[in-house]
Design a protein around this ligand. Structure first.
Ligand SMILES: *[C@@H]1O[C@H](CO)[C@@H](O)[C@H](O)[C@H]1NC(C)=O
Ligand SMILES: *[C@@H]1O[C@H](CO)[C@@H](O)[C@H](O)[C@H]1NC(C)=O
Ligand SMILES: *[C@@H]1O[C@H](CO)[C@@H](O)[C@H](O)[C@H]1NC(C)=O
Length: 370
């Protein structure tokens, strides 16, 4: 007699334990459980980088068009390059202020229905941007959002590809590559005044110093030969927003000390490749790839204000190449070199990269003086 109630009592618990064990097993290469998709385990690793995209058909005189970029991405995935292993999203995933609940139609309208190409049916790994936290400074009840919706695994029941992270590490290629997804929106006090700031999971529940310590601990523990940071706000940029001084201050000493090579960002709605290097031993040597042209393109930045030369938007002295264009970046990562191809919708056939960055694995930062 007691066995039946016992079974009834423990059955669900056992299932739960099994489910957790499976989760840990499958995600063994991950720092935390929860990512149950296959990661590439050998070079070359191929991935796309796109940011600031979720607008669907929102119209604007400057010509927002998310589909135009999505179609170029699909075309590239269907070319000799091949299907990417995954797509990195550098944040501002759902304009204007994130998802409003787990059944928000924007998820379908701005993600699933836009990135339809067969070559884009791969895992997407996204960081959050300031708009994902509820960008507006005051809001109607409809605009009250929580970043927790985008982070919720339940969204994968709607589209299996979707993974959004706050602070998270993913390992690839047998641990030779590590991606550090880093939440930079808490860096700016400006963001504390977004309408959803105080709501569940909102910006005012976040700590920038804790996020910086998290990155420091991850980089310090990393044995990977490629250390790649993925975040929304760039430390340096020639676009309309420009670099974030809070992020630059926090990250450049870590990049130097722990020898990270590349920082992927969005936030500025353009494409740019920067290579910061200095003759000083105390300075880092690293590349920034800004890919924030997933839908709208800016007309300000790179020394121009609405197409007119202006000092208001100076070009960063370490800019290698950049353009006020929408588009995306296709990366091929090998043991010794990263090749990043920049695609602009100005080249509508989508077959010609407008810039190619070749980044060697060994960047020389000078001796470690710490
Ligand atoms: C957006 O781009 C797509 C693909 O080029 C095109 O078919 C569509 O008409 C464009 N939408 C608008 C509103 O211009
Ligand atoms: C989710 O949000 C959308 C947009 O505000 C709304 O139309 C819908 O009714 C909401 N769904 C639920 C289940 O709350
Ligand atoms: C694609 O467009 C670019 C720029 O318009 C052009 O130079 C190139 O030849 C085109 N490539 C193909 C395959 O049509």
């Amino acid at each position: 007699m007691p066995t039946r109630p016992l079974a009834a009592a423990y059955g669900p618990l056992l299932m739960l334990l099994c489910a957790q064990a499976m989760l840990v097993g499958v995600a063994a290469q991950d720092s935390q459980a929860g990512v149950q998709v296959a990661m590439p385990q050998a070079f070359p690793v191929r991935f796309f980088v796109v940011g600031d995209w979720g607008r669907a058909s929102d119209s604007h005189p400057n010509g927002y068009n998310q589909t135009r970029v999505a179609q170029m991405m699909a075309k590239k995935a269907n070319s000799a390059y091949g299907k990417p292993h995954f797509v990195l999203s550098t944040g501002d995933n759902f304009y204007g202020f994130g998802l409003r609940n787990l059944s928000d139609p924007w998820f379908t309208q701005k993600f699933t229905n836009i990135y339809k190409g067969p070559g884009l049916q791969v895992p997407w790994f996204a960081v959050l941007g300031n708009h994902d936290y509820g960008e507006t400074s005051y809001c109607t009840p409809d605009e009250i959002t929580s970043p927790l919706y985008q982070l919720d695994p339940a969204l994968r029941k709607r589209d299996w590809r979707w993974h959004a992270f706050r602070d998270r590490k993913l390992s690839l290629a047998g641990g030779q590559v590590e991606l550090f997804f880093w939440d930079t929106t808490p860096s700016s006090s400006y963001n504390y005044y977004t309408c959803s700031g105080g709501f569940k999971g909102g910006i005012r529940t976040q700590s920038w110093p804790n996020n910086v310590v998290w990155l420091q601990n991850q980089l310090a523990a990393s044995k990977a030969s490629w250390k790649l940071i993925v975040a929304h706000h760039p430390p340096r940029s020639s676009g309309r927003h420009g670099g974030s001084s809070e992020v630059k201050y926090a990250v450049e000493s870590l990049i130097r000390k722990y020898r990270a090579q590349v920082y992927f960002a969005g936030h500025d709605h353009d494409l740019e490749h920067l290579h910061y290097q200095s003759s000083s031993f105390y300075k880092p040597n690293y590349h920034t790839i800004v890919s924030g042209g997933g839908s709208r393109r800016y007309t300000e930045g790179f020394g121009y204000d609405d197409g007119v030369p202006s000092d208001d938007y100076p070009t960063d002295p370490y800019s290698v190449w950049g353009a006020l264009t929408d588009g995306f970046v296709a990366v091929t990562l090998k043991a010794q070199e990263m090749v990043a191809q920049f695609y602009s919708t100005d080249y509508k056939n989508g077959t010609m990269a407008v810039h190619v960055a070749r980044i060697p694995h060994l960047l020389k930062p000078g001796p470690d003086l710490d």
